[in-house]
Design a protein around this ligand. Structure first.
Ligand code: SAM
Length: 248
């Protein structure tokens, strides 16, 4: 078994032990310990990919958010032992909660300030929305699968996130009533950058979006709208996301 495999099986054993014998407060401590280990993995992966993503480290604000958000609350119960492994996990309806490294990098690349209002397309479990909510003032998130959106909204409410609003709909068209946004993040792969999202991005704003089809290489793209509303795009990392669906 390689080092990563050993660490993962070690984390798994810690989790099993904690669930078997620990009181809730100790369980929370153990989860926090697992999150701290995950942060170290993310830091290392960021270093390895620094040329592609254009930065050698992530901001403390993003890393603190990753350390704080309880990912185990966003995965199905049977997958909780794997919640702090650095990989995507199934959340039902053929959808996934994204890999923590990708969540951290996409959040960081938005360069959104604490005062920012951001739009997320693809609520899924609500995990990414929670990480965003720790970093910015207001998050609007759209999910096309009604049940997933409802469950995510309830989960976020239960966990105390009051600055996230979730609605069901086709995020290709954005959320016109709440626009413009300081930053936009799309968490499903689109064949092209949706024009309504470009329209709803503030001048000076950034959008992070995976572009490509489900069966071909996808790339994470950074879209920048300059103060004169001119659009500049940059291809960053190869990624693998579920497709952006809907009628567009
Ligand atoms: N951000 C999510 C999280 O933290 O769990 C993971 C997102 S998952 C990779 C992609 C999500 O995008 C799925 O829940 C899927 O149903 C949703 N989706 C796909 N097409 C969509 C669309 N046109 N509008 C809104 N959501 C869409």
């Amino acid at each position: 078994m390689n080092r990563k495999g050993l660490l993962q099986s070690g984390a798994f054993l810690v989790w099993v032990f904690v669930l078997a014998v620990a009181a809730p407060a100790q369980q929370e401590d153990a989860y926090r310990g697992l999150r701290a280990g995950l942060i170290e993995e993310i830091r290392a992966d960021v270093k390895l990919t620094s040329e592609r993503i254009g930065r050698a480290r992530l901001t403390d604000r993003v890393l603190q958010a990753m350390l704080k958000v309880p990912r185990h609350e966003f995965v199905p119960d049977r997958l909780r032992p794997y919640a702090y492994e650095n990989r995507p996990l199934p959340i039902g309806f053929g959808q996934t909660i994204s890999q923590p490294y990708i969540v951290a990098v996409m959040t960081d690349l938005m360069d959104a300030s604490e005062d920012a209002t951001v739009l997320e397309v693809g609520t899924g479990s609500g995990y990414q929305a929670a990480v965003l909510a720790e970093c910015v003032k207001q998050v609007y998130s759209i999910e096309i699968i009604e049940e997933l959106g409802r469950e995510a909204a309830e989960r976020l409410e239960r966990l105390g996130y009051r600055n996230v609003e979730v609605r069901t709909g086709d995020g290709y068209y954005g959320w016109k009533e709440k626009a413009p946004f300081d930053a936009i993040m799309v968490t499903a792969a689109a064949s092209h950058i949706p024009p309504p999202l470009i329209e709803q991005l503030k001048p000076g704003g950034r959008m992070i979006i995976p572009i490509g089809s489900a069966f071909m290489t996808q790339h994470l793209m950074l879209v920048e709208k300059d103060p004169g509303s001119k659009i500049k795009t940059r291809q960053l990392l190869p990624v693998a996301f579920v497709p952006l669906t809907g009628g567009h």
